[in-house]
Ligand binder design. Structure first.
Ligand code: UT7
Length: 347
């Protein structure tokens, strides 16, 4: 019998209906489809419709994940939401999600930018490993379009809105989170941040006039950081798991820029077809990026029971987070089906 670990037993996703194409962005800022595709690999992204908010998107993904795991909301022991684009500054999204789902458990939010969901996965895994909880819902949701400056071509082309969720349950059959690495380099925080609207520069007419309530990014610095961390973190977590990057069945990198993934693949000497990529459809969905790719990899049959995956995220902080996760029996034989998902009413 192996150590008690957290197995993925349910999964679900939600993307807004509204597609924002590169051609549409070219009407808004001085850019074009050729530049965006050649520099990033992104062809389109989703942005919120009128009816979408952070809570509703999180609940849609979570409801599907619960249906696949065949769990009721009242059976969840803990909800962890990874998010940096909350509906309200206070309280954080997890409480709204808990209430809207009809769950009665504790809930908290992790704000670690694009690394948030892997931080949340690793945190949730600790509660399961210790035996404190059995059924944990881990959601990544981002309505990041609200923080984008659609006059800044260096940021607005990159990001999109989405949500994805998994259910974690204990197993002793060898599946689960095998190794992880979490990291922070706050000395580089100003390379990707929202300078206004917090306590240092509270919302004011000046902040709004200077557009400081929107995301600012030093793309080249983040790019260099991302390439370094993606390769190094993948090497570290696979070594800790007693395997190699080349032996992973599927690598799920943060979906920020195809060139970042290609550079890491070259550095690690691993073929690109080991990497799961869906950023051409969604852009960078921040904390939803890794779980959205994970859910699509499962739904497309790229991942099956017994497979080993390495996930690595990087972003605002600057932060990074990686985990090696072994898929259990539920990946190929889930207890439930997404068709049973019953949407809660979000108040
Ligand atoms: O979760 C982490 C989130 N962030 C990231 O992962 C971002 C990492 N960085 C990147 O992905 C890339 O740095 C970008 C895609 C943001 C930019 O690509 P780049 O190849 O590093 O371009 P650059 O910043 O060196 O800019 C090259 C040129 C500049 O023009 P000049 O100065 O050479 O005339 C930019 O003004 O491209 C220009 N440019 C654009 N042109 C057309 C910047 N954005 C655009 C645009 N369309 N959207």
């Amino acid at each position: 019998m192996s150590k008690r670990r957290a197995e993925i037993t349910g999964w679900g996703k939600y993307v807004p209906e509204r597609v924002l194409t590169n051609a549409e962005l070219a009407q808004m800022v001085d850019t074009n489809d050729e530049w965006i595709v050649s520099r990033t690999g992104i062809k389109e992204r989703r942005v919120r419709s009128e009816s979408d908010n952070t809570t509703s998107m999180a609940c849609a993904a979570a409801t599907e994940a619960l249906a696949v795991a065949d769990l009721k909301a009242t059976e969840i022991d803990l909800i962890v939401v990874a998010n940096s684009s909350p509906d309200y500054l206070l309280p954080a999204p997890a409480n709204f999600v808990q209430h809207a789902l009809g769950a009665t458990c504790p809930a908290f939010t992790i704000a670690a930018g694009c690394s948030g969901w892997v931080y949340a996965l690793v945190t949730a895994n600790q509660f399961i490993e210790t035996g404190a909880y059995n059924n944990v819902l881990v959601i990544g949701v981002e309505l990041i379009s609200y923080a984008l400056d659609y006059t800044d071509r260096s940021t607005c082309i990159l990001f999109g809105d989405a949500a994805a969720a998994v259910v974690l349950q204990p197993t002793t059959n060898g599946a689960g989170v095998i190794s992880f690495e979490l990291g922070s380099d706050g000395g580089q925080a100003h390379h990707l941040w929202v300078p206004g609207g917090g306590t240092v520069k509270p919302v004011s007419q000046d902040v709004v006039d200077n557009r400081e309530h929107y995301i600012r990014m030093n793309g080249q610095e983040v790019f260099k950081f991302a390439v370094r961390k993606l390769s190094a973190c993948l090497s570290n977590i696979t070594q800790a798991a007693g395997t190699t990057v080349g032996d992973l069945d599927v690598i799920i990198p943060h979906q920020a820029n195809l060139r970042i993934i290609e550079t890491a693949a070259r550095t690690l000497d691993v073929p690109m077809d080991h990497f799961f990529v869906n950023l051409h459809k969604y852009g960078n969905t921040s904390a939803a990026s890794i779980p959205l790719a994970l859910v699509e990899a499962i739904q497309e049959g790229r991942l099956k029971s017994g497979d080993m995956t390495g996930m690595v995220a990087f972003g605002s902080g600057l932060s990074w987070a990686g985990a090696v996760v072994k898929m259990g029996e539920a990946i190929s034989n889930p207890k439930g089906t997404p068709a049973n998902a019953a949407m809660p009413v979000v108040n």
